[in-house]
Design a protein around this ligand. Structure first.
Ligand code: PAF
Length: 282
């Protein structure tokens, strides 16, 4: 695996591969890789034949009181994991390479509506930061395919919309959420949990499952399901931001005949803010 940190070096390598007829698959990450990220690389391997991963902790997607400064950074271990997973090119730009005029003054890409609901309501500007950096990374890498995890379901939906609206020639592939054996979705932010909080954290998955079971059984009292979810999470010790049943297609409000639903939640537990979701077909 080659490691580069400049835009020019990525372009040179990717264009060489493309001239050889290679299909380029890309996995953007913020590093601190875990099994969830490895599954993204594995999904990329099923769709392309040259693999690029970026590691960039994007300041634009963090709010002023969020964890940008403390976000875990483990570049040596990330490099080892990516090489083992079969990645060909690791792109590790610094902030000045991506935002030469500073992230505050950079041109922005925003998907209105979708970016302001759910997590966007509690993290103003977050998805604007995500779409801006992902759009830049797509222009730099020019991949045929890019892989995103379903764990960040709203992010995946926002990116799909951006790609469609801006006619970007990249296919978005969704990779299923990877969970610990007790159901907790893998996340770099799980490291913020104390041992006692880690014991409680799998209740997020259990609460989502309870909602999914009601939906599968034909219950369309969405407001009632949301209230029960919030109560269950609060009783377990979380501070929920939201627990919401939505249409999976566009995160709009569901109707009783909507067949593809998604239940999404974001909770705070100690220093951590954790998100998770489950989809339902009925
Ligand atoms: O999901 C993430 O790790 C980030 O939001 C992403 C897509 C790499 C953009 O910074």
């Amino acid at each position: 695996m080659e490691t580069v940190s400049t835009i020019a070096a990525v372009r040179e390598q990717v264009r060489r591969w493309r001239s050889e007829g290679r299909r380029i698959a890309f996995v953007p990450t913020m590093g601190n890789l875990h099994r969830g990220h490895v599954s993204l690389i594995e999904a990329a391997r099923r769709h392309g034949d040259r693999f690029v991963a970026s590691i960039f902790v994007n300041p634009m997607q963090f709010g002023p009181n969020e964890d940008f400064a403390h976000y875990p950074r483990t570049p040596a271990e990330d490099g080892r994991m990516l090489a083992e997973a079969g990645c060909n090119l690791m792109f590790t730009p610094d902030v000045a390479e991506i935002y030469p005029h500073g992230s505050e003054r950079a041109t922005r890409v925003e998907v209105p509506g979708l970016s302001r609901m759910l997590c966007g309501e509690f993290r103003p500007g977050h998805f604007e930061g995500v779409t801006t950096v992902v759009a830049k990374l797509f222009h730099i890498v020019e991949p045929d395919i890019a892989v995103f995890g379903e764990k960040d379901f709203q992010q995946l939906t926002v990116i799909r919309r951006m790609v469609a609206d801006l006619c970007m020639p990249v296919q978005i592939v969704a990779a299923p959420t990877v969970r610990d054996s007790d159901g907790l979705a893998m996340s770099s932010r799980n490291q913020y949990l104390t041992p006692a909080e880690r014991q409680i954290a799998p209740r997020i998955y259990a609460t989502l499952l309870a909602a999914v079971n009601r939906l599968r059984a034909g219950d369309s009292d969405f407001a009632g399901i949301e209230r029960s979810g919030i109560q269950a999470l609060e009783s377990a010790g979380f501070r929920p931001d939201y627990f919401s049943v939505r249409q999976a297609q566009d995160l709009g409000p569901p109707r009783s005949d909507t067949s593809h639903l998604v239940v999404l939640t974001a909770v705070r537990l100690g220093k951590a803010r954790l998100i998770d979701n489950l989809q339902v077909m009925r």
